[in-house]
Each structure stands twice: as C-alpha cells, then as structure tokens.
Design a protein around this ligand. Sequence first.
Ligand code: AMP
Length: 381
Amino acid sequence: MKQITPNAIIGVFGSGQLGRMFAIEARKMGYRVHTFSPESDTPTGQVADFETCADYEDLSEVEKFAKAVDVVTFEFENVPFETVERAAQSIEVFPRGEVLHIAQHRLREKTFLAQNGFPVTAFRHIKTLEELRNAAAEIGVPAILKTAGFGYDGKGQAKIKSIADCETAFAQIEANEAVLEAFVDYQKEISVVAARDFQGNFAHYGVIENAHENHILDVSFAPAFVSEKIRSEAIEITRGILETLSVVGLMTVEFFLTNTGKLLVNELAPRPHNSGHLTIDACVCSQFEQQLRAVCGLPLGSTEYLKPSAMANLLGDLWGNGEPDFAAALENPNVKLHIYGKQEARRARKMGHLTALAETSEEAVKIVEQARRNLTADERR
Ligand code: AMP
C-alpha cells in the first residue's frame, strides 16, 4: 500500500457527525476531505473541502468521486455494498467492502462471528412467521427480533416476551429477513474501539463502558469498571476479529458482559464509534486520527489516556425549550463541548456531546452528567 501524505484528498462515504470529526482531524494534518452523501449542508460537508451530493445508487457519480480522491473510507456503515465495490474499481477503500458487507447485516455478522468461534448469543435466521414461532420455542423467550439489515440505535427491533407476541413482532419490524436473538441478561455493555494498519499492527483504546437510554448511547466512560481478566479477554476477542477480517482502519466491537461474567459480542462497527468520542479529548491520538493514519498507511498513534474520561451525548430533546445554556454546561473548565452543526434538533437526534476529564472515571461521569443537566435551566442544581 502506498502512503498517502498531507494535501492528498480523502474521500468519505457519509456526511454525519463521525465524518465531521474525522474531517476536522484530517484537516489538522493537512489533508483535504471530499464527502459523498445524498444530503447537503451536512455535519461533514460543512467542514469538508469538497462535497458530492448524490444518491449512493448513482454509480456514475460514485465513479467520478472515486477518481477525484486518493483513498476512500466511510463514516456511515449502511452505504450499499455495490457503491463501495464501484469505488474500489478506481481507488482503495478502507475498511474493505467485504468488511462492510458483513458488518452491515446482522445475520452475516452473527454467522461470521459464530463460525469463527467468537462468543455470541443464540440466534436464528427468520423469513416467515412460522420460522419465528419455531425459533422462539427453540431458543426460548424473552428474545429480540431484529431486522437483518440497516438497523441502528434499536430501530427495527421488537421484544418477544412470549410465543403469543410473535405475530405482532413480525408485523412490527416490516422486514422480509430478520434475526431472532436470545435475550441477554447483562450487567453492563462495554466496547473496544480498535484500529489495524495494513501491516497488521493493532491498537486499542482499552475497555469503554456504555450506558444506553431508549436503545441510544447515553454516557460512555473509560476506563470501564471491569476486572483485568474481562479487560484482556475483550481486547483479545477484538484483536482476533480485526485480524480475521483483515481490517485496515477502525473497528469497534460492542459487547454484553452477562450476569454470569461472560462476554458476548453484540455488534461490529467498521468505522469510528460513538463510545470512542471521548478519545478526542482524553487520548494522545483520537479514534478519528487513528482512522486517518490507518487508511493513509501511516504509523498508528498512541492510544494512551491523558486522564480518565466520560462522554455524554446531547440529543435533540435538550433543544425542546430553545437553545440550551452552553455557558452553564462549560462552567467546569474540564468539560469540553462538541456540536455537530445539524440544522434541526429533532427528538432522539444526536446533536453533539460533552466530554469531561477527571482523576477517576466515576468523577468524570459525575462532572459530565452535571454539565449536561446545566444545559437546561430548569434542571440546574
Ligand atoms: P443493537 O442495535 O443491536 O446494538 O441494540 C441496541 C440495544 O438494545 C443494545 O445496546 C442493548 O441495550 C439492547 N439489546 C440488543 N440486543 C439485545 C439482546 N440480545 N439482549 C438484551 N438486550 C439487547
């Protein structure tokens, strides 16, 4: 792989906040950024040098884009496989299309993991209501029915508490292909954000602990409260997955830590990850800079944490009574504000995040949660 050096143009499929934070890092290092997505005035487009506004299915635009850049990566994992394949005919795409193909489809992802000996909860492929009823009887209830493709943040999911729920759940997810997963009784959710370069070097940000609200990430912190044994197991599973897939770029592995102390892989994300946003302020080299280094063939940077840290997502709901009180959130000088430039603050939409650094992750969580409460006047102290 040839090294791609500053001033080259990095192509990015997708135009959300992940692309924006990537583009900011890339521009810091003197690269130019070209984003491709169907929307305009996007979080990424606002900070990119070039913006193609076209459908992912518009393969002639995809080809033009690929010919105008020096390498392609992505920030949105639901880019159609054919789009990535077409781009790859003109220029290198990292992570490879095959990695995306597996990670964007729950059934392929779970099958890949199970076949390669990585731990996952019991699951079944579902195409009909009858298959669903049989599968629910086999793996037991409660269980969760999920669309096979294009789901995120709990969208396209239905919980099945008894066999009688199958019919409603099947109608609810509106997909012709689904996966039924045994419900996991977990004590916590954790993630390992990792990178791999084309020579096979591996870097990771340790174990990050994640708390969700309504299926959406709410707060993340690092280091996580897990034993040394769990920490090293999670890292070794992550290393194994990135090696098996020959990932060049970033990949995050999301895990459940069960009530009986077992790790199960929930999902793979072949891109920067929401739980890794704290690495911007907390680490020597952020997940976004790491993505850039990996796809440009540069040495990976240090993942060392300067201090324990916590991140709180800011959802559109916080704008319900007008502009939040940003100054109040920043009263503590160890709190950092990130806003993504989205035009409309819809409910449950990720508008930005706050990060806090402290002497312990517990303290960092307290600070970041207080800062978030301060955003809305009625919640203040
Ligand atoms: P996903 O979109 O698959 O990451 O699911 C979103 C959230 O739903 C997860 O972060 C969990 O909180 C919950 N969830 C998903 N799958 C399961 C499962 N098999 N058992 C228990 N909770 C789950």
